[in-house]
Design a protein around this ligand. Structure first.
Ligand SMILES: C[S@@+](CC[C@H](N)C(=O)[O-])C[C@H]1O[C@@H](n2cnc3c(N)ncnc32)[C@H](O)[C@@H]1O
Length: 216
C-alpha cells in the first residue's frame, strides 16, 4: 500500500494535519534528547521526513522501512541519508546497536505491535530510549467528538483530491480508530520490557508521544 502512496505521501500529511505534523516531528527530536553523534534508528521511516530532523540535529540517523517505494522516494528527497530496507518484526541489526530508536506514525501499521516493541528493545543499547509518535485518543470529550467527526469525513475527502490511492486513507482512518489509547499503548510497551514509560499528548491527544527506556 505505501509503495503506491509514496510520491504524494508528504503533501497529504501536511494538508490533512493542517501543517501540525512539522511541529510533531520537532517534538519527537526533543523527546529523544539525542546528542550530536548519537546513532538513532528511525523505524518505519517512510520517505525520511521523520529522519531528517535528527540529521539536522547532528545525529547519525538510520531510516529503516519495509516499503521499497517509500525508500526510493526518500532516497530522491534526502540523498544524504542512508536508507535501509528492513522489517520491524525482524530488524536487520545486532543487539544493542543504537543509542535510541524512534517510530513515527509507523507502529500502527506493523502487524504485530508487541513483537515490534520487543525488536526495538533488542536493538537499543541498555539505558537507551524509545520514542513512539502515533495518533492517539483526544482526552477532552468535546475535542474528541469534533475529531472523530473530522477524521472519517475530511481525511478521505482530502485524499480523494490529492492521492492516487484514496482507498488507503479509509484504511488510515479505520486504523486510527482501532489503535490503543495512551494508557493501553503504555501497557504494551511495559509488557515488551520498556521501563520508565511515560507519554505526552500533542494537539490535545490527537497524537501522543510515548517514551520508554531500556533498563541497564
Ligand atoms: C505512515 S508511514 C510513516 C513514515 C514516517 N515515519 C513519517 O513519520 O512520515 C508508515 C510507514 O510504516 C512502514 N511499515 C509498515 N509496516 C512495517 C514493518 N513491518 N517494518 C518496517 N516498516 C513498516 C510503511 O512502509 C510506511 O512507510
Amino acid at each position: 500500500m505505501f509503495d503506491r502512496l509514496a510520491p504524494r505521501y508528504d503533501v497529504i500529511n501536511d494538508v490533512a494535519s493542517l501543517g501540525l505534523d512539522r511541529l510533531w516531528r520537532r517534538a519527537v527530536v526533543d523527546a529523544v534528547a539525542a546528542r550530536p553523534g548519537d546513532l538513532i534508528l528511525d523505524l518505519a521511516a517512510g520517505t525520511g521526513t521523520s529522519s531528517e530532523p535528527f540529521a539536522a540535529a547532528g545525529c547519525l540517523v538510520v531510516p529503516t522501512d519495509m516499503s521499497l517505494g517509500m525508500l526510493a522516494e526518500g532516497r530522491k528527497r534526502y540523498p544524504k541519508l542512508t536508507f535501509v530496507a528492513g522489517d520491524a518484526l525482524a530488524l536487520p541489526y545486532q543487539d544493542s546497536s543504537f543509542d535510541a530508536a524512534t517510530i513515527s506514525f509507523g507502529l500502527r501499521n506493523v502487524a504485530h505491535t508487541e513483537q515490534a516493541l520487543s525488536e526495538l528493545l533488542r536493538v537499543v543499547k541498555p539505558g537507551g530510549t524509545l520514542v513512539i509518535c502515533e495518533f492517539s485518543t483526544p482526552t477532552w470529550a468535546p475535542w474528541r467528538s469534533l475529531y472523530t467527526t473530522y477524521l472519517p469525513r475530511v481525511v478521505p475527502l482530502i485524499a480523494s483530491w490529492v492521492s492516487p490511492n484514496p482507498a488507503a486513507y479509509h484504511y488510515l482512518v479505520d486504523s486510527i480508530v482501532a489503535w490503543p489509547d495512551q494508557q493501553e499503548l503504555a501497557v504494551l510497551m511495559q509488557r515488551a520490557g520498556w521501563q520508565q514509560v511515560e507519554h505526552r499528548n500533542l494537539a490535545g491527544g490527537i497524537v501522543a508521544l510515548h517514551r520508554g527506556r531500556r533498563g541497564d
